[in-house]
Design a protein around this ligand. Structure first.
Ligand SMILES: Nc1ncnc2c1ncn2[C@@H]1O[C@H](COP(=O)(O)OP(=O)(O)OP(=O)(O)O)[C@@H](O)[C@H]1O
Ligand SMILES: [Mg+2]
Length: 336
């Protein structure tokens, strides 16, 4: 995977054929600040942002992709499988804090992928996010990604005190860890969409290797409550997921999103443990993990994975964040 080179960082969106000062200004207002961001834009959204046709938006996007290809940043349209395998080798895996959960995920959460954790309230979704904020900063030799974290909090549930506790319990310098977590509180769905659109710039700025969105659905779910607006909501969620998929791949970062479960009346006759957001989130997620409470433990189950065996595992939540049940001091005390 080639990282953006210096010359690419110096490219301006004005360098693209047909992009004049007015178009460039509109793009920047829409959160598109670089050729890379334009290359990964969604045509429908860009057309709306520019107030133009979808065709002309697509042309800008293709021109940006061409420019990046010529600079060697984007792979050519076709690759051969051996090159693809080589690219997969630059993939890194990050420990969740629990060996059992890591094993279920075949080594932890992956870069170039979106891992979705869904489950009911208290099932441990946000606890996983807090723990990953710490473990991802470990060097790759110790199971981390060796980079900073961008955390987009849509529910106001991020607690730096909890990160502090987890870092200390894991014997790390908590001050250093906290400094490398960039928090963004998204206050409505449009704000979230804008931040996601500009993720590339933030990844470069913060040197982030992990992006967390906790949760992906809550703002859209609250704002598009009536059934009449469901199609609109799905389209906008689709835009976000689409952008995330490409961001994970192009920047070689891990992306973790949390999702809620559907409840009545949405699924009055359906499965109450189904993730919210319908197929839009499911199709874009590389891995989906269903979490549920089982006493004081948690059970994680991999859903619809192309190559993970369909199985589940148990872990627990303690002062270290996510942890293995047998390593949990509380459990050991119980056993005494
Ligand atoms: N310091 C801690 N030590 C042990 N367990 C903890 C600690 N902090 C949180 N927990 C456990 O984690 C649970 C909360 O989990 P979490 O916040 O991850 O839920 P969630 O899946 O994000 O739910 P929601 O849908 O409401 O966001 C608490 O009920 C508690 O059982
Ligand atoms: Mg939560």
């Amino acid at each position: 995977m080639s990282e953006p080179s210096k010359s690419v960082a110096e490219l301006e969106i004005e360098d693209i054929d047909g992009v004049g000062p007015t178009t460039a200004r509109k793009m920047r207002e829409a959160g598109i600040n670089s050729v890379m961001e334009l290359a990964t834009a969604v045509p429908e959204e860009l057309a709306a942002d520019l107030g133009g046709s979808k065709d002309s938006a697509s042309n800008f996007i293709m021109a940006a992709q061409k420019l990046l290809r010529e600079s060697g940043v984007l792979d050519n349209e076709f690759t051969t499988a051996d090159v693809e395998l080589e690219k997969r080798k630059s993939l890194l895996r990050c420990t969740t804090g629990s060996k059992a959960l890591d094993e279920l995920l075949l080594g932890g959460i992956e870069t170039q992928a979106i891992t979705e954790f869904y489950g009911e309230f208290g099932s441990g979704k946000s606890q996983i996010c807090h723990t990953l904020c710490v473990t991802s900063q470990l060097p790759p030799s110790e199971g981390g990604l060796g980079g900073a974290v961008i955390l987009i909090d849509t529910e106001g549930t991020f607690r730096p005190e909890r990160v502090d506790q987890i870092a200390r319990a894991r014997g790390l310098n908590s001050d250093e860890v906290l400094k490398k977590i960039a928090i963004c509180k998204a206050y409505n769905s449009s704000h979230l969409e804008l931040v996601v659109k500009s993720l590339g710039k933030y990844i470069d700025d913060f040197k982030a290797k992990l992006i967390i969105i906790d949760s992906i659905i809550s703002l859209h779910r609250a704002e598009f409550a009536g059934r009449g607006t469901l199609a609109d909501r799905q389209q906008r969620l689709n835009g976000i997921m689409h952008k995330l998929v490409r961001t994970a791949e192009i920047y070689n970062v891990a992306i973790v999103v949390t999702n809620q479960v559907q409840s009545t009346p949405d699924t009055f006759f359906g499965d109450p443990t189904k993730p919210a957001g319908g197929n839009v989130i499911g199709h874009a997620s590389t891995y989906r993990v269903y979490l549920r409470k089982a006493g004081t433990d948690r059970v994680a189950k991999i859903i619809d994975s192309p190559y993970h065996p369909y199985q589940d595992t148990r872990f627990t939540v303690n002062e270290k964040g996510i942890d293995d049940i047998e390593d949990s001091p509380k459990k050991k005390k119980d056993d005494d």
